[in-house]
Design a protein around this ligand. Structure first.
Ligand code: CA
Length: 231
Protein backbone atom coordinates (compact mmCIF):
# COMPACT_ATOMS: atom_id res chain seq x y z
CA UNK A 1 0.00 0.00 0.00
CA UNK A 2 1.30 3.41 -0.96
CA UNK A 3 1.41 6.49 1.18
CA UNK A 4 -1.63 8.70 0.70
CA UNK A 5 -1.29 12.47 0.98
CA UNK A 6 -4.00 15.11 1.11
CA UNK A 7 -2.70 18.46 -0.12
CA UNK A 8 -4.83 21.50 0.68
CA UNK A 9 -3.98 24.80 -1.00
CA UNK A 10 -6.14 27.45 -2.60
CA UNK A 11 -3.48 28.87 -4.90
CA UNK A 12 -3.99 26.81 -8.02
CA UNK A 13 -0.45 27.12 -9.32
CA UNK A 14 1.17 26.03 -6.05
CA UNK A 15 -1.33 23.20 -5.66
CA UNK A 16 -0.65 21.80 -9.11
CA UNK A 17 3.12 22.09 -8.61
CA UNK A 18 2.94 20.20 -5.33
CA UNK A 19 0.55 17.65 -6.81
CA UNK A 20 2.78 16.70 -9.74
CA UNK A 21 5.97 16.81 -7.69
CA UNK A 22 4.58 14.53 -4.98
CA UNK A 23 3.11 12.08 -7.52
CA UNK A 24 6.54 11.92 -9.07
CA UNK A 25 7.95 11.07 -5.65
CA UNK A 26 5.65 8.04 -5.63
CA UNK A 27 2.89 9.25 -3.33
CA UNK A 28 -0.81 8.89 -3.94
CA UNK A 29 -2.09 12.48 -3.90
CA UNK A 30 -5.55 13.88 -3.23
CA UNK A 31 -6.03 17.65 -3.49
CA UNK A 32 -8.47 20.18 -2.08
CA UNK A 33 -8.70 23.95 -2.51
CA UNK A 34 -10.55 24.88 0.67
CA UNK A 35 -10.81 23.79 4.30
CA UNK A 36 -14.32 22.35 4.12
CA UNK A 37 -13.41 20.16 1.14
CA UNK A 38 -10.30 19.06 3.01
CA UNK A 39 -12.33 17.74 5.95
CA UNK A 40 -14.74 15.98 3.59
CA UNK A 41 -11.90 14.36 1.61
CA UNK A 42 -10.16 13.37 4.81
CA UNK A 43 -13.25 11.40 5.87
CA UNK A 44 -13.52 9.74 2.44
CA UNK A 45 -9.87 8.81 1.90
CA UNK A 46 -8.23 8.74 5.35
CA UNK A 47 -4.82 9.91 4.07
CA UNK A 48 -1.61 9.24 6.01
CA UNK A 49 -0.48 12.85 5.90
CA UNK A 50 -2.35 16.13 5.40
CA UNK A 51 -0.44 19.15 4.08
CA UNK A 52 -2.60 22.05 5.05
CA UNK A 53 -2.34 25.69 4.04
CA UNK A 54 -3.10 28.13 6.87
CA UNK A 55 -5.07 30.70 4.84
CA UNK A 56 -7.91 28.94 3.05
CA UNK A 57 -11.41 29.87 1.94
CA UNK A 58 -14.56 28.50 3.67
CA UNK A 59 -12.66 27.05 6.61
CA UNK A 60 -9.14 28.13 7.50
CA UNK A 61 -6.26 25.74 8.00
CA UNK A 62 -6.34 25.93 11.78
CA UNK A 63 -10.03 25.02 11.98
CA UNK A 64 -9.58 22.27 9.40
CA UNK A 65 -6.61 20.98 11.38
CA UNK A 66 -8.66 20.86 14.56
CA UNK A 67 -11.54 19.05 12.81
CA UNK A 68 -9.23 16.50 11.22
CA UNK A 69 -7.58 15.86 14.60
CA UNK A 70 -11.00 15.05 16.01
CA UNK A 71 -11.50 12.54 13.20
CA UNK A 72 -8.20 10.68 13.14
CA UNK A 73 -4.46 10.54 13.59
CA UNK A 74 -2.84 11.58 10.30
CA UNK A 75 0.43 13.46 10.25
CA UNK A 76 -0.35 17.14 9.70
CA UNK A 77 2.03 19.67 8.17
CA UNK A 78 0.74 23.21 8.39
CA UNK A 79 1.88 25.59 5.67
CA UNK A 80 1.94 29.23 6.60
CA UNK A 81 3.11 32.51 5.19
CA UNK A 82 3.21 33.83 8.71
CA UNK A 83 6.37 33.31 10.62
CA UNK A 84 5.35 34.37 14.07
CA UNK A 85 5.96 32.30 17.13
CA UNK A 86 2.39 32.75 18.41
CA UNK A 87 0.99 31.30 15.18
CA UNK A 88 3.29 28.36 15.52
CA UNK A 89 2.12 27.75 19.06
CA UNK A 90 -1.55 27.97 18.06
CA UNK A 91 -0.89 25.48 15.26
CA UNK A 92 0.84 23.01 17.53
CA UNK A 93 -1.97 23.28 20.05
CA UNK A 94 -4.44 22.52 17.25
CA UNK A 95 -2.53 19.31 16.58
CA UNK A 96 -0.16 20.08 13.70
CA UNK A 97 3.00 17.93 13.70
CA UNK A 98 5.20 20.18 11.66
CA UNK A 99 5.46 23.51 9.93
CA UNK A 100 6.48 24.88 6.58
CA UNK A 101 6.81 28.58 5.99
CA UNK A 102 6.16 30.00 2.52
CA UNK A 103 8.03 30.24 0.30
CA UNK A 104 9.44 26.73 0.63
CA UNK A 105 11.20 24.51 -1.86
CA UNK A 106 9.68 21.24 -3.05
CA UNK A 107 12.79 19.49 -1.80
CA UNK A 108 12.12 20.89 1.68
CA UNK A 109 8.52 19.70 1.50
CA UNK A 110 9.69 16.23 0.52
CA UNK A 111 12.18 16.13 3.42
CA UNK A 112 9.49 17.14 5.93
CA UNK A 113 7.15 14.44 4.68
CA UNK A 114 9.83 11.76 4.96
CA UNK A 115 10.80 12.87 8.44
CA UNK A 116 7.17 12.88 9.58
CA UNK A 117 6.63 9.40 8.12
CA UNK A 118 9.64 8.11 10.05
CA UNK A 119 8.26 9.53 13.27
CA UNK A 120 4.81 8.07 12.59
CA UNK A 121 6.19 4.61 11.76
CA UNK A 122 8.04 4.46 14.99
CA UNK A 123 4.93 5.45 16.88
CA UNK A 124 2.84 2.86 15.02
CA UNK A 125 5.23 0.05 15.95
CA UNK A 126 4.49 0.67 19.60
CA UNK A 127 0.91 -0.42 18.92
CA UNK A 128 -1.69 1.49 20.87
CA UNK A 129 0.88 3.20 23.09
CA UNK A 130 -0.72 6.59 23.79
CA UNK A 131 1.48 9.47 22.81
CA UNK A 132 1.61 12.98 24.21
CA UNK A 133 2.98 15.50 21.71
CA UNK A 134 4.47 18.74 22.94
CA UNK A 135 6.33 20.78 20.35
CA UNK A 136 9.18 18.58 19.18
CA UNK A 137 8.70 16.15 22.05
CA UNK A 138 6.74 12.92 21.88
CA UNK A 139 6.15 11.24 25.20
CA UNK A 140 5.06 7.58 25.00
CA UNK A 141 2.89 6.71 27.95
CA UNK A 142 3.17 2.90 27.85
CA UNK A 143 6.69 2.30 26.64
CA UNK A 144 7.88 5.34 28.65
CA UNK A 145 10.06 6.49 25.75
CA UNK A 146 10.62 10.16 25.02
CA UNK A 147 11.71 11.48 21.65
CA UNK A 148 12.84 14.91 20.63
CA UNK A 149 12.31 15.01 16.89
CA UNK A 150 13.79 11.70 15.74
CA UNK A 151 16.12 11.32 18.67
CA UNK A 152 15.28 9.24 21.71
CA UNK A 153 16.15 10.91 25.01
CA UNK A 154 17.45 8.62 27.71
CA UNK A 155 15.56 9.64 30.83
CA UNK A 156 15.70 8.04 34.25
CA UNK A 157 12.33 6.89 35.68
CA UNK A 158 12.31 9.95 37.96
CA UNK A 159 12.99 12.31 35.08
CA UNK A 160 10.26 10.62 33.04
CA UNK A 161 7.73 11.00 35.87
CA UNK A 162 8.60 14.68 36.32
CA UNK A 163 8.41 15.41 32.61
CA UNK A 164 5.17 13.47 32.18
CA UNK A 165 3.46 15.34 35.01
CA UNK A 166 4.63 18.78 33.85
CA UNK A 167 3.85 18.15 30.18
CA UNK A 168 0.40 16.75 30.90
CA UNK A 169 -0.77 20.26 31.84
CA UNK A 170 1.34 22.86 30.02
CA UNK A 171 1.39 26.17 31.84
CA UNK A 172 0.26 24.77 35.17
CA UNK A 173 2.68 25.49 37.99
CA UNK A 174 3.71 22.61 40.25
CA UNK A 175 5.41 23.20 43.58
CA UNK A 176 8.55 21.26 44.45
CA UNK A 177 6.54 19.36 47.06
CA UNK A 178 3.94 18.30 44.48
CA UNK A 179 6.66 17.15 42.10
CA UNK A 180 8.42 15.34 44.90
CA UNK A 181 5.33 13.47 45.96
CA UNK A 182 4.61 12.49 42.39
CA UNK A 183 8.09 11.38 41.40
CA UNK A 184 9.44 9.57 44.44
CA UNK A 185 8.32 6.50 46.31
CA UNK A 186 6.64 7.54 49.53
CA UNK A 187 9.04 5.66 51.80
CA UNK A 188 11.93 7.86 50.75
CA UNK A 189 12.38 11.12 52.52
CA UNK A 190 13.81 13.51 50.01
CA UNK A 191 14.85 17.09 50.29
CA UNK A 192 12.96 19.49 48.04
CA UNK A 193 16.28 20.48 46.50
CA UNK A 194 16.52 16.97 45.12
CA UNK A 195 13.72 18.00 42.76
CA UNK A 196 15.87 20.86 41.50
CA UNK A 197 18.73 18.49 40.80
CA UNK A 198 16.52 16.14 38.80
CA UNK A 199 14.87 18.99 36.95
CA UNK A 200 18.24 20.40 36.03
CA UNK A 201 19.41 17.05 34.62
CA UNK A 202 16.12 16.64 32.78
CA UNK A 203 16.48 20.10 31.28
CA UNK A 204 19.95 19.33 29.97
CA UNK A 205 18.50 16.34 28.14
CA UNK A 206 15.52 18.24 26.74
CA UNK A 207 17.06 21.50 25.70
CA UNK A 208 19.63 22.25 23.03
CA UNK A 209 22.49 24.16 24.59
CA UNK A 210 21.44 27.27 22.67
CA UNK A 211 17.85 27.26 23.89
CA UNK A 212 16.74 29.03 26.98
CA UNK A 213 14.96 26.42 29.09
CA UNK A 214 11.87 26.62 26.91
CA UNK A 215 10.26 23.35 27.97
CA UNK A 216 10.63 23.48 31.71
CA UNK A 217 10.35 26.93 33.22
CA UNK A 218 11.18 27.96 36.75
CA UNK A 219 8.51 29.85 38.63
CA UNK A 220 10.59 31.64 41.23
CA UNK A 221 9.60 31.03 44.80
CA UNK A 222 7.17 28.29 43.85
CA UNK A 223 8.21 25.57 41.46
CA UNK A 224 8.13 24.65 37.81
CA UNK A 225 5.87 24.56 34.83
CA UNK A 226 5.96 23.15 31.33
CA UNK A 227 6.35 25.83 28.68
CA UNK A 228 5.47 25.84 25.01
CA UNK A 229 8.85 24.42 23.98
CA UNK A 230 10.41 25.41 20.70
CA UNK A 231 13.22 27.89 20.41
CA1 CA B 1 -3.70 30.20 0.91
Amino acid sequence: MGIKLLVVEDEEKILSLMDSFLRNEGYEVITAADGAAAVKLYIEHVPDIVILDWMLPLMNGIDACRRIRELGQPGIILVTAKDEETDKIIGLEMGADDYLTKPFSLRELSARIRSLLRRMNREDRSGTDPVMRRGELTIHEDSLQVFKGNQELRLTPTEYKLLHLLASKPGRVYSRMQLLQHAFEEEFIVDERTVDAHISKLRRKLEDDSSNAAYIQTVYGFGYRFGSGGS
